[in-house]
Design a protein around this ligand. Structure first.
Ligand SMILES: [Zn+2]
Ligand SMILES: [Zn+2]
Length: 304
């Protein structure tokens, strides 16, 4: 009986019976190269209806975790490393005050991940496609707890045109590195790079510990617009409910499989049965919702 209950809990990934909190976990202020002060950046996100944000200035934790009115502001940081033919940017979410100022000479990419986690923070690989990260790089980082599948500033007119990292993260996942995924703004300019990429998260409570726990459990989805209301994996079938969409797609480590695309006007549900028998097995499934304007929501990968 206990075993059965445990399985049921694990299968309910997102629930329409519980509230969602909206958040952006990557943004900059005048403490690094952002255009707004902490106060003005926080006020802007509060006015857009966000429940939580993380301030992730380059190489420094520029504020402690606090509340701006009723919006949770998490202490964060962004480490940056320059390698041959790629860069590695690592976010720390919910980091300790020992990272107020960082001497980058003391850190390797893996050292940064280890340091963030040692202080109780969550380590995230930022914008892997923009960074030209290889799957070798992604698979080699131990302890990374999520990656950005969408980074809003990594597109015109701001910084190139590689906002979407899904294809790269699918290759990494197919090679065994299955990571949960965030959409973020990485806001610097606040001229349209804000309010684009976000997550919707189901936490027990809107506190630093509550948000970090929900992030670690994968109880959230990334989005640039559509909302996933409910996601469950029950009796070998994945069921998804969402805001009205044009397409719902179930991607996996198998390049081809029938029954993975659903298309229609205003469709709000779909289901998918991963193959657990046969010659090739599906190891992970990623659900993607696309609305009529091309905006997307990405569910966290489901391990089959
Ligand atoms: Zn970055
Ligand atoms: Zn950044």
């Amino acid at each position: 009986m206990l075993q059965w209950l445990r399985l049921e809990v694990l299968m309910q990934l997102l629930s329409k019976d519980r509230p969602f909190y909206k958040g952006n976990l990557h943004m900059h202020t005048v403490a690094s190269d952002g255009e707004l002060t902490l106060e003005r950046a926080a006020a802007l996100y509060q006015s857009m209806g966000y429940d939580f944000i993380a301030i992730t200035d380059h190489r420094r934790r520029s504020c402690a975790t606090h509340f701006h009115q009723n919006m949770l502001v998490l202490a964060g940081i962004e480490f940056d490393f320059y390698l041959v033919n790629q860069v590695i940017h690592i976010l720390g979410i919910g980091v300790d005050e020992g990272l107020a100022e960082v001497n980058m000479a003391h850190y390797s990419p893996q050292g940064a991940v280890n340091r963030i986690k040692a202080g109780g923070g969550l380590a995230v690989l930022a914008h892997p496609a923009w960074s030209l990260n290889t799957t070798q790089t992604i698979c080699g980082l131990q302890g990374i707890e999520a990656a950005e599948i969408y980074n809003a500033v990594s597109r015109p007119p701001y910084s190139g045109d590689r906002a979407d990292s899904m294809a790269l993260l699918d290759v990494a996942a197919a090679q065994g590195k299955v990571l949960n995924t965030l959409a973020t703004d990485d806001s610097h300019y606040y001229t349209g790079d804000e309010g684009c990429g976000f997550i919707r998260l189901q936490a027990e409570e809107l506190t630093e510990q509550g948000v970090l726990q929900a992030l670690r459990q994968g109880s959230y989805h990334a989005s640039t617009g559509p909302e996933i209301y409910d996601l469950r994996y029950e009796d070998g079938v994945i069921h998804l409910q969402c805001s009205p969409a044009k397409h719902i797609v179930f991607l996996s480590n198998l390049p081809w499989r029938p029954g993975r695309n659903f298309t229609g006007d205003g469709i709000t549900s779909a289901y998918y049965k991963p193959s657990r028998n046969g010659r090739v097995l599906e190891a992970f499934v990623r659900a993607v919702v696309i609305d009529e304007n091309g905006r997307k929501a990405w569910a966290n990968p489901i391990l089959v």
